[in-house]
Design a binder for this molecule. Sequence first.
Ligand code: LRH
Length: 484
Amino acid sequence: TVPGQVAAVDLGATSGRVIVGRIEHGQTGPELRTQHIARFANDPVRTRDGLHWNLLELYRQTLAGLALAERGAPGEIASVGIDSWAVDYGLLRGGRSLGVPYHYRDARCETGVAAVHARVSAAELYARNGLQHLPFNTVFQLATEGDLLASADRLLLIPDLLAHWLTGAEVAERTNASTTGLLDARTQEWDLELAESLGIPGRILPQLVNPGTRLGPLSPEVAAVVGRPLELVAVASHDTASAVAAIPSTGQDFAYVSCGTWGLVGLELDAPVLTEAARAANFTNEGGVAGTTRFLHNVMGLWLLSESLRHWERGTDAQRSSRLAELLDAAARVTGPVQIFDVNDAVFMPPGDIPGRIGAWFTERGERAPEGEAAIVRSIVESLAAAFADAVATGARLADREVRVIHVVGGGSQNRLLCQALADRAGLPVVAGPVEATAMGNMLVQAQALGQIGPELADLRAVVSRSAPVVTYLPGSAPAAAAP
Ligand code: LRH
């Protein structure tokens, strides 16, 4: 057989997965058929010097997942693509890793923010890179590296670093590079002048490549582990860019919520919006596939639920997800007014006792805090829905666009309570699904690179529409309390 399948390695901040897919010809056109191969926890590790990703474990799981995929369909997998959360990176010198990559929730970022702003004002930064202020943007993290920057000869973002370990390639995939704060928002090229003015040597910034670039085969040592020298394709390696690519929309008038650990809420535009109003509202202009702009706002997402669950009981990943379903059922039955808090408050960023911090948030404001797990979960869900609805309205106003429908993709698309609450609060239909939008975007960019489906973004989205069922929630159609 001609190898026709593609494998996606999709690394989220709480779990990773390996999924394979193949294009089949359905009645109305090509469809994507997928198969889950492996799912593994992504548990960060705190050491004396801070919070780190266990990147070696993620790499090991990637290799194991690819080997399993290859064994399941010998000779049929043509290529692999990797996506992950944004902003984090490794520094290298002569191919050797300089330290263990930090987690973006590590507390060190604050000093980096002060160091950068001492040299470049927030307004100038935004005018150049178009990014919302997030204290962990790569540019702020780099400002904490000190001498290490002088020693390094390469900076590779997480998916690019894994790609390097797999093949030897040293590139920066553009959608993810757009989250560093070092890419010019207009040209999507490195802003070397900005980098150098912040003491970041231009030589460490690799060559930029677009999603769909074929990076070559796995190196012989890796191929020996996986079973075959599969080809690596640079996909939209920022997970959110892959997810937005896979929104099953046919029109232009949609907003989206890519809802996983974060809720990324915004619009797809042809060009960045770099106005003072957009900066004040903390809207970002990240790079999407096919040169699109992802004009969005980071809302604290399912992190609030997953971290609360982790606090309540330290179970395995599988236990946590069934426990979540139970808690959401209980939350849906909570009666009486639901208290709303500001999910974006920075107090909720670090790992730890999220329920305790929610309680404190209310009592510090003289309000009654929700009591018991079900009431807290209900408050989280309604507060997320309120923040999502608000971000949709703000994004539409800032971009001067009309929004007629909100697409929710990712894990949050399975949360019925959340989707109905969003429809109610936004007064718009919510189309939920696919849950694996990120992996689908990853696989379909590979399918495009291999010439299996049409080259346009619309071709990719049409495949998603044919392949994944969606659920529509209409505003006011069901009382939220009865949703699940
Ligand atoms: C979501 C995400 C998001 C970034 C954050 C660091 O996984 O990539 O788009 O802002 O992680």
